[in-house]
Design a protein around this ligand. Structure first.
Ligand code: AMP
Length: 416
């Protein structure tokens, strides 16, 4: 099947076309046929298109909304420019998989989209006002452009974490607030953590019940997840993606009383405080320079910038703290720590700074292997005698979205 995978953000659409079927999954031989991203939808959009094995194409063009952007993508996919021999017309697209951020407590697995599911996703908007409307725009655009006959599947970022026990997902708030409003930890990056769990299992030929790891996704957004018996046991993002690790522009964990303090001292509205915590904090807020880890590392090395160093040190310490906490919370059952995401996959120096101190829980980094593992390479980065191993696996959320889409459409149960 040719599956179009869509990841709609508030002003962007990322896409991939993936060829997969049950036999290809068994052989782990699914094929990406093309990919791309459209940013700054609503004004002069920036379009990046990448035929598989071909040259990257960049364009700028006014695109009004998500429907325009997806229409553009569909036209490109069927054009000779995309170099996709398998797709000559829109009828060669067999199904569409959508990344949907929030599935609340309603959706614990991927589902085929119909009117009832759309209304379920709409119900979750109050939990993810910035994210779910974009996913819904993508679903509506595909329905308009490809018609109802093309099956669409929603794959939720929160779903992998639905296995967390209440001791992991409940906050120390009055219990009735959970009952009344479902205020709880949901966790995000679930498809990425699930991919890491799958990949570790596959590389080691393990049964699902034998997968005990700590997955650390470090990109512009960051989260850690303890995985026991192949299932999410705890994760650092919470009711929203704001909680937990220090991120590019998000503060991560803070004392909630700071909000009231800021409200009085700075005269900020709650909306402005929300923007401050989500968009102006984290690496950007501490360094006063940038949310981009690569640039911070350059500032630190070339200009000895004190605040760039501070931001990086706080970032690494927070990750180390979560790894230690999850290791102890799962009674030392974790066999490996796995790094993924733009920073986790590409930055040996950040991984080394995080692991510096983790010898105390048995993780010994092999500096040579660590330094050689970058640019989306996979590999083991701990020493052979390390009690707790460490690996780098590039994440591949799109692959899982395509496979989930196939299985849901074919009504084949997922085994992981
Ligand atoms: P993502 O959101 O997963 O695309 O990750 C984006 C983050 O990865 C940004 O902070 C980038 O600076 C960071 N990143 C990408 N490549 C490198 C690298 N070679 N070294 C350090 N950080 C990197």
């Amino acid at each position: 099947m040719n599956i179009l995978v869509l990841n709609c953000g508030s002003s962007s659409v990322k896409f991939q076309i993936i060829e997969t079927d049950l036999e290809l999954i068994k052989q782990n031989n699914d094929k990406r046929l093309a990919r791309g991203v459209i940013e700054r939808i609503g004004s002069q959009a920036l379009i990046t298109l990448q035929p598989e094995g071909g040259k990257q194409i960049k364009k700028a063009r006014p695109l009004r909304d998500h429907r325009d952007a997806i229409d553009f993508i569909l036209r490109w996919i069927i054009s000779p420019d995309s170099q996709i021999n398998q797709i000559q017309s829109l009828s060669d697209i067999d199904a569409v998989g959508h990344r949907v951020v929030h599935g609340g407590e309603k959706f614990s697995k991927s589902v085929q989209i119909n009117m009832e599911i759309i209304s379920g996703i709409e119900d979750c908007i109050e939990l993810a006002p910035l994210h779910n409307p974009a996913g819904l725009k993508g679903i509506k655009a595909i329905t308009d452009l490809l018609g109802m006959a093309v099956p669409q599947v929603a794959v939720f970022d929160t779903a992998f974490h639905s296995t967390m026990p209440d001791t992991s997902y409940l906050y120390g708030l009055p219990y009735h607030l959970y009952r009344r409003y479902k205020i709880r930890r949901y966790g995000f990056h679930g498809t990425s953590h699930r991919y890491i769990s799958y990949r570790y299992r596959q590389e080691h030929g393990l049964k699902l019940k034998d997968v005990n790891i700590i997955s650390v996704h470090l990109g512009n957004g960051c989260s850690a997840c303890s995985i026991l018996r192949g299932e999410s046991y705890d994760t650092s993002m919470g009711f929203t993606p704001l909680e937990g690790l220090l991120m590019g522009t998000r503060a991560g964990d803070i004392d909630a009383s700071i909000l009231e303090f800021l409200y009085h001292k700075e005269g900020l509205s709650f909306g402005e405080i929300d923007t401050l915590l989500n968009k102006r904090s984290g690496l950007l807020g501490i360094s006063g320079l940038t949310n981009d880890m690569r640039e911070l590392l350059e500032e630190e090395a070339e200009n000895q910038d004190r605040r760039a160093k501070l931001a990086i040190d706080i970032f690494c310490k927070r990750v180390r703290k979560y790894i230690g906490a999850y290791y102890v919370d799962t009674a030392g059952k974790a066999d490996a720590v796995i790094f993924t995401g733009g920073i986790g996959e590409n930055s040996p120096v950040i991984r080394e700074r995080i692991c510096n101190g983790l010898e105390s829980i048995g993780l010994k980094l092999d500096k040579n292997k660590n330094n050689k593992t970058h640019s989306r390479k996979s590999g083991k980065i701990s020493t052979e005698d390390s009690r707790l191993s460490a690996f780098v696996f590039p994440t591949n959320e799109e692959l899982l979205i395509a496979r989930d889409t196939l299985r849901v459409v074919k009504n084949v149960p997922r085994r992981w």
